[in-house]
Design a protein around this ligand. Structure first.
Ligand code: GLC
Ligand code: MG
Length: 249
């Protein structure tokens, strides 16, 4: 059993089934001691909102934390994001121009200020409107020369991100920082903003049993041997997947 990097989404992936989380924590603590483990949380939440969750749930201390859908990376409890990653995202990112385009789309409802961040603009969007609106918004942004990424999650959240600022690219950047190969990396998630974790490279993936329709549909069309669809929900699905890939016994 060798050292590996576990990168996991939080809401409805790591967190959501308390007894299963406690069982997974036990296993991960043993793995940390016996074979070595790099633990990374990757969430859509802001740092403040992550801290709220952490005060409510029994979560192990991670080696790094990725917040705001891949756009901020923190190490060892620091509250200053990795400046090199921020610098990468800054290239070509024009937040104000994005907002001036989205203002023309009345069905986009801006999320609370606390969830907006320098490299992420977030809205609520009704699922019944998304299929029609998203391609139109994409065109409007690209006509203005704004190279951005639209990420729709959980049938309600729309994030507009810099082109290179999703969870998958943050994971690859971190692999480089930690010097870990794709084979030694396993990513876990349940919703649209986790898709990039499964499609950016050859990292192993675990989709938990309670995954959202948008991620299940993506998996149906793009699944590979590297991606395991678990039966169990949340942390139970992570443990099932880690066993499937023989990362743990
Ligand atoms: C989290 C964030 C929200 C984002 C969503 C999907 O809920 O708080 O801003 O839109 O994840 O990525
Ligand atoms: Mg989630």
């Amino acid at each position: 059993m060798t050292k590996f990097l576990l990168i996991t989404d939080l809401d409805n992936t790591l967190v959501g089934d308390r007894p299963a989380l406690e069982q997974l924590n036990q296993t991960l603590m043993q793995v940390r001691q016996a074979q070595g483990l790099l633990l990374v949380y990757s969430t859509g939440r802001s740092l403040t909102s992550f801290n709220q969750l952490r005060s409510q749930e029994p979560m192990l201390v991670p080696d790094a934390l990725v917040t705001s859908v891949g756009t901020e990376i923190y190490y060892g409890g620091s509250t200053t994001p990795d400046p090199d990653w921020s610098e990468k995202l800054n290239q070509g990112w024009q937040r104000e121009d994005v907002l001036s385009i989205t203002a023309h789309f009345n069905d986009l409802v801006l999320q609370p200020e606390a969830e907006q961040s320098p490299y992420k603009v977030s809205f609520f969007l009704e699922p019944s409107l998304a299929t029609d609106l998203l391609p139109r918004l994409d065109v409007a942004l690209h006509i203005r020369g704004l190279d951005v990424k639209l990420v729709y999650s959980g049938g309600k959240d729309l994030d507009i991100l810099p082109l290179h600022g999703d969870k998958g690219q943050a994971m690859q950047y971190l692999r480089g920082q930690f010097g870990v190969t794709a084979e030694q990396t396993v990513a876990c998630g349940d919703s649209g903003n986790d898709q990039a974790l499964f499609s950016t490279g050859q990292e192993r993936g675990i989709i938990v049993g309670n995954a959202c329709p948008e991620l299940l549909q993506w998996h149906q069309e793009n699944g590979s041997d590297y991606i395991y669809l678990a039966t169990a929900n949340c942390a139970g699905g992570i443990l099932e997947g880690l066993r499937h890939f023989s990362y743990v016994k």
